[in-house]
Structure formats: C-alpha cells, structure tokens
Design a protein around this ligand. Structure first.
Ligand SMILES: Cc1ncc(COP(=O)(O)O)c(C=O)c1O
Length: 320
C-alpha cells in the first residue's frame, strides 16, 4: 500500500452510523447490521463521497478548477461529483451515457441544479469514454481552465483511499459497539469500493469482503478490483458474487421491487433498484439459503443511490 494517503478534503458527514437490523436478523436467523453510507450527506450522499474526499484533495492540490467525469445519465457518481464541485467552488463537466431525457429527474435534475455541463453519448461512444474525457479536458485547457479528470465511478487508486479509510472507521465502530464483523457485503459497479474495503480490512483476518456484481460479471470485476489495488501498491482478498444482476443493469423485476418494499416496511431501510437493492437481495437470499455463513455479524454497506429510485415510480407503484 502507499506509505501515506493522498491529500484529503472533508465532504462527508462521518462517521456514518452502524445499525442493527433487528427484525430482518430475526427473519433470516442471523446477526445483520447496516453501515449507513447512504447518510454521508443529502444531495452529496452515498459511497462516492468518501472517494471524492481524496479525488478532490488531489484535484485541489493540483490547482484544478473544473472536474470532468463520466457515468450513466442516472449516475450517482456524476451527481455526487457535480454537487461536490459546487460545494468547493469548482465547475463540473459530466459525460453521460444514454439519451438526454425531455425532462430531467433524479440525479440528472440535481446535476443541472448545481450547474454541471453535460455531454450525452451513446453506448457505442461509451467504449471511448476515457479518450472523450481527455478531449474535453484538452478543450478546457485551451480555454484557460485547469481540468481534473475522474474515471468512471471515481474508481482508481486515489478514490480507493475513501474505503481504505472507511474500513478503518467501520472496524473502530464495530470494536466500540461490540459487533463481531465476519463479512461486509456491498454492491459493485466500478470496483473502487471493493478494492479499498478489502485493502482497509486486510489486517482483519476473518472478515470477508463480498461485492455483489450489479453489471458485468465476476471475472471482469476481479480484474478491475485487482488493477485498482495494484495502483495502490498492494493486494488483498475479496469475493465477487454474481447471479443477482437480474434482467440487467438498472432494470428491476416486480419480485425485486416487492422485496425492496418488504425491506422498507420492515426496517425503514430504503434500497435503490440499481445498486443497493440487488446487493441486499443477494445477501438476504444467500444467508437464507445457507450459502453465506451465518456465524458472527454480517454488515451490509449501504452505498446510497436513493435518487435512482424515482425513475422506477410507475413499476414500483404497481407492486405497492
Ligand atoms: C449507490 C451505489 N452503490 C454502489 C456503487 C458501486 O460502487 P463502485 O463503483 O465503487 O463499485 C455505486 C456506483 O457505481 C453506486 O452509485
């Protein structure tokens, strides 16, 4: 691992709570906890905020005035980056995969509200997202600006520090609260959270880091996470669980939506259909079936994403 962390600024409300899910623990027959990283903030919320503390730390140290990043039109990472930029007096330019909707809602509405510039690209153009962001950065430099490019999901060695530090926070809290953590389960979208968590928990033998793939597959994410860890100069073990993508990325079945309603009604815990819902369903199904060990405490890392819920209003309404 790098000898010392990169520069960091403060953006997230930390530490986030570690709470027991009493009724779901009883329903499953296990000791289930949730690390509430959905509460890192309001508009500036979710797992991306931890990464952005380090990414913006580096950007500001380099004198950047404009953040450039990319994601889906509904991206939580892009929204968090745009809000963080506005919070720090910087500009932002988002490269968004998908068609521009007639009426922005959810994350895109917030992107617009905080003044992000947007460029919409097709799925085919997405293959060249890094080159496109480099072009945008060149254009900004030619206009006298100082851009800082953040890769998809904020998932690189600098961003991974968000969860190296987050893992330290979790283990201190678990010790203070007497929680015997054996596994931490979370959604994987671009790999940075898994990479950092695994590195941060590497000294805690007996704690398994389990990432649930919400897109792509296990082989893809194993490679991505290892690459990010190599960038940090270290490696640490983790497990990628597949089989819970459902019908596809950012798509939800009626069964899945009914499950999210069950969790919301049982614990007041709001899951989003793109990331946390799929990961939490994996944890629930695997524990119930006995494929995931039940001894000790299982911690679900809630990575946020609530604004993604609103794009599913009509499908969700149908199951309520
Ligand atoms: C709400 C939410 N949870 C989880 C993830 C996955 O995190 P990572 O991109 O670090 O794999 C993302 C981002 O893609 C996200 O927006």
């Amino acid at each position: 691992m790098q000898p010392s962390p990169p520069p960091r600024i403060s953006l997230a409300n930390l530490p986030t709570p570690l709470e027991r899910l009493d009724r779901l623990s009883a329903e499953i027959g296990c000791d289930l906890w949730v690390k509430r990283d959905d509460l890192t903030g309001a508009a500036l919320s979710g797992n991306k905020v931890r990464k952005l503390e380090f990414l913006l730390g580096e950007a500001e140290a380099e004198g950047a005035d404009t953040l450039v990043t990319c994601g889906a039109v509904t991206s939580n990472h892009c929204r968090a980056t745009a809000v963080a930029a506005a919070r720090r007096g910087l500009a932002s330019h988002l490269v968004l995969r998908g068609a521009e909707p007639d009426l922005p809602d959810g994350n895109l509405l917030l992107d617009r509200l905080v003044g992000a510039e947007t460029t919409f690209i097709t799925h085919a153009q997405w293959e060249d997202r890094d080159a496109l962001m480099a072009q945008i950065a060149d254009g900004l430099r030619a206009a006298g600006k100082t851009p800082y490019v953040i890769p998809e999901g904020g998932s690189n060695a600098v961003g991974a520090w968000g969860y190296i530090a987050g893992a330290g926070e979790l283990s201190q809290q678990a010790d203070a609260q007497g929680v015997d953590v054996r596994r931490v389960v979370h959604a994987v979208g671009s790999g940075g959270t898994t990479a950092g968590l695994a590195l941060g928990l590497a000294d805690h033998a007996g704690v398994e880091v389990i990432g649930v793939a919400v897109c792509d597959d296990r082989a893809y994410f194993e490679e991505v996470v290892r690459r990010i860890q190599r960038g940090c100069g270290a490696s640490a073990s983790f497990t990628i669980l597949e089989g819970y993508k459902g019908v596809g990325y950012a798509q939800a079945t009626a069964d899945e939506l009914a499950f999210y309603a069950h969790v919301a009604r049982t614990e007041g815990l709001i899951l989003d259909p793109v990331y946390t819902g799929k990961a939490f369903r994996a944890l629930y199904e695997e524990l119930r079936a006995g494929r995931m060990e039940r001894e000790g405490a299982t911690v679900f890392l809630h990575t946020g994403g609530i604004y993604g819920l609103f794009s599913f209003a009509s499908e969700l309404d149908a199951v309520l």
